[in-house]
Ligand binder design. Sequence first.
Ligand code: SF4
Length: 853
Amino acid sequence: MDTLISEENWERLLLRVQKPSRYIGREINSYKKDWESAKVRIVFAFPDTYEVGMSHFGISLLYHLANSHQEYIADRVFAPWLDMEQELRSHGLPLLTLDQKRPLKDFDIVGFSLQYELSFTNILTILDLSGIPLFASERKNGDWPLIIGGGPCVFNPEPVAPFFDFFVLGEGEEVLINVLEKIQLKKENKLGRKEFLEELRHIPGIYIPEFFEDTYDQNGVFKGVKPVFDDYEAVEKAVVSDLDEKSPLPAKPIVPYMKIVHDRLSIEIARGCTRGCRFCQAGMIYRPVRERDPYRVMDLADRALHCTGFEEISLLSLSSGDYTNIEFVLSSLMAKHREEQVSIALPSLRIGTLSSTLIEEIKKVRKTGFTLAPEAGSERLRRVINKDISTDELLEISSYIYENGWQLIKLYFMMGLPTETNEDLEAIVDVCFKVWSIAGKARPKGKVNVSVSTFVPKPHTPFQWCKQISLEQIYRNLDFFKKRLNKKGMQLKWHNPPQSFMEAILSRGDRRLARVIFTAWKMGARFDGWTEHFKFDLWKEAFKSSKLPEHLWNASKKDLDEPLPWDHLHSKIEKDFLVKEYKKALSGEYTSDCRWHKCLKCGVCDFKNIEPVLKKAEPDQYSQVKSLPNNDKNVDSFFYRLKFKKTGTSKLLSHLELVGVFTRAIRRARLPIAFSRGYNPHMKISFWHALPVGFESKSEYLNMTLEEKLSCEEILRNLNKELPCGIEVLQAENTKKLVRWPEEFIVVYNVRLFDGIWQEESWDKFKANPRHIERTTKKGKKRTFDTMKYINSLVFHDEKTLYINLKQSMTGCPSLLEILGAIFGPAYATPWRISVVKLDILPVTGDNLWQQN
Ligand code: SF4
């Protein structure tokens, strides 16, 4: 980074964009290894924002796995938001990684996580901003990093295949380490790209697109792929046979500064789901079911909570309720961590798995909303999709949920499923009304949110041959739902139809679509998964200008014997099994779950290395998990006032982010912090004044209440060990009562100009003819401030630096930037043009700033 841009200029650049904490990196538990001594360097790239990518468990798993090897460096990069892309381009800067702060070009591999098709254009942004040629064919000569991809989209990566050197099909843990070892050898033996790829083809799960050629007939109809090598005609997905042995959970997950989408400790408890929903790609490609050992899960949860400070644990699986030990793990974790006010979330619960014990456990921590996904309205259509839930069962569980204190049920449905008729749409309305009527009888009255998305046929599922309904039909259905589901207490939400259409086109497309993606990106497509940024007209234009056959712009039905672009990529499920399931769907025949019933011979398990893995907790070990008493007890309170500084990069954190940094540091430091009582307990900690983003301070304060008395030295020592660089507690004081924040005070600022010099005559003119500052509140009210009343003193230290003492109050006053703007003009009040340090806080009169409540 030193050679590209100075730390100071980088921070100034970040002040020009929304949410600078997306790009800060170097979070708690991230790695900062020595660049020079590493043998292989990989960067994991997620083609969406930091807050989306950091919520993805897979990238965290692989990041920690690669870094657990001394000789490898694994780093991270995310798609820059539009403002950051523009800043990087206008400053001629490359996109930098988060830990090493290096351009992607410096790495040996860039590994993209391909989770959803509508993130494809962001891949090109990341490559382009890194100065890496977009097409693999342009990287054949030269020392470019290898561009690789993994994730569910790799089960048909053809639309993006021309941009990649190779893909990892299936589960990456073992393949990744294998590839890193091979790259180390490649570097040592100075192997060329071609030679290296030829060698790589022998690793199971590695798909190298340039070793397969697409073929088409004279009408441009896809006719299959032609392999280049006789010994490389198809690729089988990689499967991890036992998660406990081969896929270690990250014991020290990264703690982000900013609020990410899933801002909690995520622990994968199982992989795979064999319920057999016929539309569900994840249910097919991640077979078989493999559970993690419950004791390892609980042990990991303990350790990871203590080194992260997260307030919530999420037990991840495609269907958490199916995990053999779910009730045991849930109740044990709840009992163990209730004292610390840690809650547990089960993000994907199937209706059939909701036992009363499970609901009892979940209700102990949160009742914000309960999600149920019947997917189809009628029982007939639920049989077609293999979702074995009766409407009675759904209604019964809904009653139980409202009776147990939840006020909101979210119902998820899909429209356009194969064989759907108008009666099935009516049945969705009918089910919604029935749940709504149950909600109406609950006390207090409950609510229903209905979410409708459009079916997207996905490769490797029994519905891979089915059509998607037309856009016109989607809009007609939506109109129908909007008219019918229009009741007080019921809210309808839907997925944007053109985005569902594009997803269908890209998920079953062939290699030719790379041209469309490239053109759309060139025309400005970015963040297509974000409804507010998705530009359908632009995609239509890109397709038109690519001059591809019309049938590629159509998610129509496919024949069972038609060659498919992903036929050479094997999920291990036999095609015959998918055909059989497709036919059973048409006749409404249910297929049981091989987890509970006999093997259905889908083809995934060989019963030597790969088979379902269910791990039951031994009954005699149950007693080892000790429950702690609940916290309804009388506790003592000890009050402390802390003075701290916020300097360096931490100045880029918002006030809310700073609060998160402290609350998690307090948990990691294991301070006996007190919590408020009631349904939603909060840590007893309060900050004085929110410091604007970009300001440094050597004089910030917070109050906190502990349940046990600690010495101030102990607090300082323990807390400072857990605070990130730039934030440090300078003083701790044990007070008799909570300190009341002063109403009025003087703030001493040091303000330095980066460019230009302070115009002293502007200050002279202002004093002679002071102007008032006018501000309009959010409600449109005007407020006027007599500026001079707030300026205690202003002294020019030199031509670039001044000291200004401002009288500030808790009830509203002009800000430093408003005052500087009024005196010197707006250019002097631009956050990235000045460096502000809050030096001290002084009393307005006398010498005592503090009062105790
Ligand atoms: S091979 Fe049998 S046991 Fe294994 S996932 Fe398929 S159906 Fe289940």
